[in-house]
Design a protein around this ligand. Structure first.
Ligand code: PAF
Length: 264
């Protein structure tokens, strides 16, 4: 496995056949492993990018959240090598943005609602860095977790609207036997809080099984939002429209969790 830290090294990297890209911000866990395994199954060459993107943080990275974001390239590289990855692209912010970034990909209304309400500008930062990664790596397929359903919908729309010749593969959410969606944030739940975290998936399953939106919302104590949207546009739709995507966010103890479920 090669570790590439500059664009020149990436361009010189010898790729064969189809290329799958898994974009990440590092601090890799089991959820990332399912993306990498899927990419490994479907491509001749697998590239994983590890880059904590300042553009998608508050104040373009001039914030504690960005500074404190866990970074451990050695551990991530060992994990990716064990999964059979061919190359890791891990540039510095200066390598990615040598002149800052004057021109951005704007996500408009799709990026302003839901998670965008508490993180203004976040999805513009995501769309901009993902476009740059697509241009640099030139993959045939790119892999994203369905857990971040708004991100997936925005990237799908971006690829369609900008005519980028890349297949976007959304890898399904991994759930524990009791329904809890896998997330690195679950580790921050105390044993007492974990049962409350199940409220999210239980409300989504109830909605799928015919409960009204009001009833499903009432199942979550500290709800931020629970909405039913069109999976392609993220516009709110009637709860009985199909296909549809139900998305929710809620607080459990100190942790804000998100979850979603296709209603089909
Ligand atoms: O989902 C993430 O980890 C990030 O938003 C991504 C897609 C790697 C872009 O920085």
């Amino acid at each position: 496995m090669q570790i590439l830290t500059t664009k020149a090294q990436l361009f010189a990297f010898q790729r064969t056949g189809s290329v799958g890209l898994v974009p990440t911000m590092g601090a890799l866990h089991g959820g990332h492993a399912s993306l990498v395994r899927r990419a490994r199954e479907e491509n001749d060459t697998v590239v994983v990018s590890v880059f904590v993107n300042p553009l998608q943080f508050d104040k373009l990275g001039d914030c504690e959240d960005y500074r404190e974001y866990p970074r451990n390239l050695d551990a991530d590289a060992a994990f990716l090598e064990s999964l059979g990855v061919d190359a890791v692209f891990a540039p510095s912010p200066e390598e990615m943005y040598p002149n800052g970034q004057a021109i951005w990909v704007r996500t408009g209304r799709m990026g302003e609602g839901l998670e965008g309400v508490t993180r203004p500008g976040h999805f513009d930062g995501v769309a901009t860095v993902v476009t740059k990664l697509f241009n640099l790596v030139r993959p045939d397929r790119a892999y994203f977790g369905q857990k971040d359903a708004q991100q997936v919908a925005i990237i799908r729309r971006m690829v369609a609207d900008l005519d980028l010749p890349i297949d976007i593969v959304a890898v399904p959410i991994v759930r524990a036997a009791d329904g809890l969606a896998e997330s690195s944030r679950n580790q921050r739940l105390s044993p007492d809080e974990r049962p409350q975290a199940l409220q999210l998936s239980q409300a989504l399953f109830a909605l799928r099984d015919g409960a009204t939106l009001d009833k499903a919302r009432a199942m979550i104590d500290r709800l931020d939002y629970l909405v039913v949207v069109d999976p392609l546009t993220l516009n709110a739709v009637e709860p009985d429209q199909r296909p549809a995507l139900a998305l929710c966010a809620a607080w459990v103890g100190p942790v804000r969790l998100i979850d979603n479920l296709e209603l089909s």
